[in-house]
Design a protein around this ligand. Structure first.
Ligand code: FES
Ligand code: FE2
Length: 446
């Protein structure tokens, strides 16, 4: 059978360059990946009040995340039902209605078509307004403030889709003192375009800890929160003596977390600011008291299939690799802080986030340069004949009695092999029953 698995050789460890550059494969991704999977849309802190909206993306398409008058959260396709004009052309704001700029059909914040100019004269008896609401996602989940959505009514429940990766996402979204949730998005959303396929970034955050040489210059300078050279791993190693873990799951997710040593001692990563230092020290001790043994597990990076990634420690953030063409990605990064942290702490973190991330951030520039040149050097006629190598740590992953998932104690490309195995299945248009682990299939909604 002709299948997308022909591009992905998990057993031998190779992946065709075609999947990173090819127009037809990309078109299929928009159908099979981005119109079906659970995607990250935004955070509830961006829309705290009734009528607040934030325009986001799902795949290539613009969507509106908004809060209606009853405080319910919705995600709508940002297109008028009349001739398709964008009904919302702002990034963020508050409105009682979305009024289309073209012929002024207007929609309430719960999506209903409530205003049609000259309705009685031109449409009475013909147009049933109740049938022409804004197009809404099939399913939406507010998970600890993070809003995810899918266009597929048959998609499994969010928690089944995420599976055991949720524990690691929790660390990103929970307060630093271990309370459930309590994070908020701070500052603006960084958005920028990189000339490479969306999967290169997604793969990097699955746990490509092998590329630290790329960040040699920032490591030498020392741009960590403490801005202190002389600290091991000078972007600040917050887990000395711990056990790094690279874990993947059948749903395609992969991540890099760390198990701190049993004593789980506080590491001072904020030497230059006593107030910030005190805040994180107090949080650390409170988290230990609250979670006990579980407090030893901390999240570093991860990718939730297909295109949501996170940094769990610093710069704490969620980000999305929006497809923007076969060889182009629009990256959005949402920075998180504890909602009730002191203003001084939030501001300190904001400065660090800017120093590290985005097109002007000193660390992220290094990654973008790699993906940019890799793409340019991979889409030529000759280059495309030769696959990429994914043979690193072929036998390292195992089932662990304590930690769910396929776990490796050494750097591995197993997370990437697993990601592309799932990618091929999704691209083949397989049913959800074949895409999810057997024990979660009964959780699927009809
Ligand atoms: S396109 Fe929106 S009212 Fe005509
Ligand atoms: Fe990197």
């Amino acid at each position: 059978m002709d299948s997308y698995s022909r591009f992905v050789d998990v057993a031998q460890g190779s992946v065709s360059r075609d999947i990173f550059v090819d127009d037809a494969i990309y078109a299929q991704e928009l159908e099979q990946v981005f119109a079906r999977m659970w995607l990250f849309v935004g955070h509830e802190s961006l829309i705290p009040n009734a009528g607040d909206f934030f325009t986001s993306r799902m795949g290539e398409e613009s969507v509106i995340l908004c809060r209606d008058r009853e405080q319910r959260i919705h995600v709508f396709l940002n297109t008028c039902r009349h001739r398709g004009m964008k009904v919302c052309r702002y990034d963020q704001g508050n409105t009682p209605l979305f009024t289309c700029p073209y012929h002024a059909w207007s929609y309430s914040t719960d999506g209903r078509l409530v205003g049609v100019p000259m309705y009685d004269k031109l449409y009475a008896g013909t147009l049933d307004r109740s049938q022409w609401s804004l197009i809404e996602v099939a399913r939406l989940e507010n998970y600890k403030g993070a809003i995810f959505a899918t266009w597929d009514p048959a998609a499994p429940a969010f928690k089944d889709y995420m599976g055991d990766a949720l524990v690691h996402l929790d660390y990103v979204l929970d307060s630093r003192d271990g309370r459930d949730g309590g994070s908020e998005v701070i500052g603006g959303i960084q958005k920028w375009v990189v000339p490479s396929n969306w999967k290169l970034g997604a793969e990097n955050f699955l746990g490509d800890s092998y590329h630290s040489i790329s960040h040699r210059s920032v490591d030498l300078v020392g741009i960590g929160p403490s801005a202190a050279a002389g600290v091991k791993g000078r972007r600040d190693d917050q887990n000395p003596g711990g056990q790094d873990l690279w874990i993947n799951y059948p749903q395609g997710h992969g991540l890099h977390s760390a198990m701190r040593p049993p004593a789980n001692e506080y590491i001072n990563g904020f030497r230059n600011n006593p107030e910030v230092e005190a805040y994180f020290r107090d949080c650390h001790e409170a988290r230990k008291a609250r979670l006990g043994e579980r407090a030893r597990m901390v999240s570093k990076t991860g990718t939730l299939f297909p295109n949501t990634s996170y940094h769990g420690q610093q710069p704490r953030s969620l980000f999305v690799w929006h497809p923007h063409g076969p060889r182009s990605t629009e990256i959005w990064r949402f920075f998180l802080v504890d909602r009730d942290a002191p203003a001084e702490v939030k501001d300190f973190m904001r400065h660090f986030y800017m120093r590290y991330s985005g097109p002007a951030g000193m660390t992220e520039q290094d990654d973008m340069e790699n993906w940019n040149y890799a793409t340019a050097a991979s889409h030529g006629t000759i280059a495309r004949r030769f696959p990429y190598n994914y043979q690193q740590s072929m036998q390292a992953s195992h089932a662990d009695a304590q930690v769910p998932g396929a776990v490796s104690l050494q750097i591995t490309e197993d997370n990437a092999r697993n990601f592309y195995r799932q990618w091929a299945r999704v691209m083949d248009g397989r049913d959800w029953s074949a895409l999810m682990p057997a024990d979660t299939v009964q959780g699927s909604a009809g």
